[in-house]
Design a protein around this ligand. Structure first.
Ligand code: 9WO
Length: 266
């Protein structure tokens, strides 16, 4: 294990639309982490690594077909320039629908690395030889097609940043998050006490903090059972949690809109 001076994590993003990344990351939690020096964000545009008059970054696919492919040289040179801009070893990740689906577990592992070099493609994709020679890992944020990898790169930056020490306050600490606890979140309410005839659950109004904690855990268990039974199967429950979930099933407590399709044995 080596430590590096400066930011906890450095992100380098290779993109034809670097302002998309810089602008969006400037807001909220990521923006504050950058301002405070916890995160470093460096943007690289392959267009700055072209040599021709028209600064060409795309070309027609061999074999024909619709659309364009990102040219090798500008993309490869941008990736290599980024890598050589710092001594920190970088994990180089290409965001694509062909990649391994990311979960909170992968995000946790990324948050322990000193540097992520994120490659955002455009058009129909990048030349396969760039993947073979420059990319460590191909990652997907979900099974859908975007217009480019930028939004996926931003999702990774956001998810990793909020795990870094000092980024979130105690109140919002990521340790309690859904997907870290293995359960979905409990329902939240704020003023007013009644909205269109719908009242805040009475337990939240009484101020019995033990009862509130128990109710929230029961809601989290019940909602996970209803909406994401696959998550429950992956996380064995304590006997207390099983008891709370059984009670939820019996009373169908909570104001959920619909029931599960079928009993699933959990
Ligand atoms: C376009 C397309 C059109 C018809 C059939 C299949 C197709 N695949 C693609 C495609 O992969 N386009 C990509 C656009 C090329 C690389 C950058 N783009 C991208 C990245 N779209 N979606 C992502 C992405 C990245 C990470 N997680 C989810 C989606």
């Amino acid at each position: 294990m080596r430590t590096f001076e400066g930011a906890a994590v450095r992100f380098d993003v290779i993109s034809l639309f670097p302002d998309m990344i810089g602008d969006a990351a400037g807001y909220g939690v990521t923006g504050a982490a950058i301002e405070r020096g916890i995160v470093e964000l460096v943007l690289w545009n392959p267009r700055d690594f072209t040599e021709d008059k028209h600064r060409t970054v795309d070309d027609r696919p061999y074999g024909g077909g619709p659309g364009m492919v990102m040219k090798v040289a500008p993309l490869r040179d941008a990736i290599r320039a980024a890598r050589q801009d710092s001594n920190r070893p970088a994990r180089t990740i290409y965001l694509s629908p062909q990649g391994k689906r990311l979960t909170q577990k992968h995000i946790q592992a990324f948050s322990a690395l000193p540097r992520l070099l994120l490659v955002a493609g455009r058009y129909e994709g990048i030349d396969e030889r760039v993947i073979e020679t420059e990319i460590d890992e191909e990652c997907s944020i979900g099974d859908y097609i975007l217009s480019g990898g930028e939004i996926a790169a931003l999702a990774v930056i956001d998810a990793v940043t909020r795990l870094l020490p000092g980024v979130l306050g105690d109140a919002e600490s990521a340790l309690q998050d859904s997907h870290t606890t293995g359960l979905l979140d409990y329902p939240h309410y704020t003023r007013p006490e009644e909205v269109d005839g719908r009242r805040v659950p009475a337990v939240l109004m009484r101020g019995n903090h033990r009862a509130i904690e128990r109710w929230r855990l029961q809601q989290a268990l019940g909602r996970t059972w209803l909406k994401r039974p696959d998550m429950l199967k992956a996380h064995p429950l304590s006997s207390e949690q099983r008891r709370l979930l059984e009670e939820f099933k019996e009373t169908r407590d909570g104001s959920l809109a619909h029931s599960p399709d079928e009993a699933d044995g959990t």
